[in-house]
Ligand binder design. Structure first.
Ligand code: ADP
Ligand code: MG
Length: 292
């Protein structure tokens, strides 16, 4: 590999909005067999909106949404913004929450008007011994449509099933087709519910889905994919993607993502759209071909 052609390749990539931060990343990218992508904020825009809310018997929409918003006021998660926006649009008075706790990869809890409120993933509900049965059908429907199902529990009982929808980025479908045309396997790694992940993956023609992974589990998912298929280019944007970005054969961070992700990556995309990953792959292949 001549240093000159690597320099030309990385220079051309930079002009196209792709920063190779390490010289050997160009070579490594060319050898990737799998493109593994985080879902939220990478395949999708990462700006979810609340599009469904079903309440259990004895609960009403206004109270349920106000309680959910009270807890989410203290969360930084994109899901929190979706719930706060919905409460605002409904013109609700959001009460104060006390004893807020965030449980990474699971959800959030707090005390609102003296009542114990929980909002999060089904595994969080189950972990706390709360029965999802009353709204099981609603949550399943939400997930089968590719939306994220969230559970609201009040005083240890299910109060509402909430659906948040995070549409895929405009460039995502064409980027997935281009990865396939380049002969790569495409995988999705997400903390989201399995049914939701499967629905989104099926729509996009993604080959492999690893869902309901805790943040620490993204690295394990990478190891498994690598053992099965070969070298991995991992694309992510979040704080919880940083370990996988560092561990992948090539870590590619979305430039609109978090600083922690950008610092952990070998390659940084200047914009948020995935067509830049396609350009990076094309340049790596062209550069290494010229060298040989
Ligand atoms: P991802 O970004 O891939 O969705 P996370 O680990 O951030 O993964 O979250 C995993 C799941 O945990 C979410 O899909 C959601 O069900 C739940 N969760 C996390 N944070 C919150 C929150 N602030 N409010 C409600 N649910 C949450
Ligand atoms: Mg993300």
């Amino acid at each position: 590999a001549t240093p000159t052609s690597i320099m030309v390749g990385t220079g051309r990539a930079a002009e196209l909005g792709v920063l190779f931060r390490k010289g050997d990343a160009l070579q490594a990218l060319q050898g990737a067999k799998v493109v593994a992508l985080d879902k939220t904020g990478t395949l999708t825009a990462g700006r979810p909106a609340l599009t469904a809310l079903s309440v259990a018997t004895g609960h009403d929409r206004a109270t349920a949404l106000a309680f959910a918003a009270a807890v989410e006021t203290k969360s930084e998660h994109p899901i929190a913004r979706a719930i706060l926006r919905a409460a605002e649009e409904d013109g609700l008075d959001v009460p104060e929450a006390q004893d807020f706790e965030s449980h990474t990869g699971l959800g959030v809890t707090a005390t609102v008007e003296g009542r114990a409120v929980l909002i999060g993933a089904e595994r969080f509900l189950v972990q706390r011994g709360i029965d999802p049965a009353p709204l099981r059908a609603e949550a399943d429907r939400i997930a089968s449509e590719g939306r994220t199902p969230l559970w609201l529990a009040v005083d240890g009982a299910v109060a509402a099933a909430i659906g948040v929808d995070d549409p895929v980025k405009a460039s995502t479908p064409a980027a997935i087709r281009a990865f396939h045309d380049l002969g790569l396997e495409v995988a999705m790694i997400t903390g989201d519910a399995a049914t939701t992940a499967r629905a989104v993956a099926d729509r996009l023609g993604i080959d492999h889905v690893v869902a309901e992974v805790m943040p620490a589990g993204k690295v394990d998912a990478l190891h498994q994919l690598r053992a099965d298929h070969g070298a991995i280019a991992f694309v992510g944007d979040g704080i919880n993607d940083a370990p996988a970005l560092a561990e992948a054969d090539v870590g590619i961070a979305i430039g609109t993502g978090t600083d922690v992700a950008i610092e952990a990556a070998d390659v940084v995309l200047m914009a948020g759209e995935l067509d830049a990953v396609v350009r990076a792959l094309a340049i790596s292949k062209a550069t290494i071909r010229n060298i040989r």
